[in-house]
Design a protein around this ligand. Structure first.
Ligand SMILES: Cc1cc2nc3c(=O)[nH]c(=O)nc-3n(C[C@H](O)[C@H](O)[C@H](O)COP(=O)(O)OP(=O)(O)OC[C@H]3O[C@@H](n4cnc5c(N)ncnc54)[C@H](O)[C@@H]3O)c2cc1C
Ligand code: FES
Length: 230
């Protein structure tokens, strides 16, 4: 069980849940967060948004019953979380890197930015950007937001050596194609339905270039060389 420190509301459907956590995660890893309602037995996978001095931040969007329940948690409540799980991002200090995020796919790049040199550019496509720029103003990131349209259209691919991407599958497939065409390094954080989160149930299988992969264990972060498509 983890104790809730506080809950920040970014906008009507996006929150950051801050929990006490002793283990330091790696950027790109995730936690399984369990609803208290016993009828919902499966954990909900949520990426590490930030980790500072024993405080774990999880940024999530309310999309269904589980995340709705999380939004009602208050300081002092206890919540069942397991993790950190999965294989996170690789950091290459000699490469000029940028992130490409769609919607709540922004979440893993804030903690990642703590491990990258300089101010991390994050190309962020969103339906509406209410609250994000303000909430993230103290982080070492440069948030290049686009409301509506395709964020992948405004990325200057030739200016960078390496990209990290997370968001809707259709967006990540465009990024994958661009990085193949421009011969850029790319790591993608995949989203798949999960059961256990640690390799035991096979709920999260995806097709890799060299056979089936468990997103929870072999990923969620994969290189472009490991995948045919996102
Ligand atoms: C590795 C990983 C990291 C993620 N990180 C984040 C994050 O940082 N912030 C965030 O807002 N969301 C994240 N997601 C998506 C998040 O897990 C789902 O939005 C959440 O599980 C929805 O739960 P729910 O009960 O509100 O929705 P419901 O639709 O009621 O959920 C029903 C079931 O489907 C599963 N499910 C529904 N949508 C998804 C989805 N998109 N991906 C995986 N399982 C899903 C739920 O876990 C649950 O078991 C991540 C998913 C994965 C796989
Ligand atoms: S979620 Fe159970 S094996 Fe991946």
């Amino acid at each position: 069980m983890a104790k809730v420190i506080k809950q920040d509301k970014i906008n009507e459907r996006t929150y950051v849940l801050w929990l006490e956590e002793k283990k330091k995660p790696e950027p790109g890893q995730f936690y399984m967060v369990y609803p208290q309602d016993g009828a919902k037995i499966l954990g909900r996978p949520i990426s590490v948004f930030d980790y500072v001095d024993g405080k774990l931040g999880l940024l999530y969007e309310v999309v269904g019953e589980g995340t709705r329940e999380f939004s009602r948690l208050e300081a002092g409540d206890q919540v069942r979380v397991l993790g950190p799980y999965g294989r996170g991002f690789h950091m290459d200090s000699d490469k000029k890197a940028a992130c490409i995020a769609g919607g709540v796919g922004l979440a893993p790049f804030i903690y990642l930015s703590r491990f990258l040199a300089g101010k991390t550019p994050i190309y962020f496509g969103t339906k509406d950007d209410t609250g994000f720029a303000d909430y993230l103003k103290d982080y070492s990131i440069e948030l290049i937001s686009q409301v509506g349209g395709y964020i992948t259209d405004i990325v200057p691919y030739e200016d960078y050596d390496k990209f990290y991407t997370c968001g809707p599958r259709v967006m990540m497939n465009v990024v994958l194609k661009q990085c193949r065409d421009y011969e850029k390094d790319l790591e993608l954080s995949l989203e798949e339905r999960m059961g256990c989160g640690f390799g035991a149930c096979l709920a999260c299988i995806c097709q890799g270039k060299e056979g089936r992969k468990k997103v929870c264990l072999d990923g969620p972060v994969f290189t472009k060389e490991e995948l045919e498509h996102a």
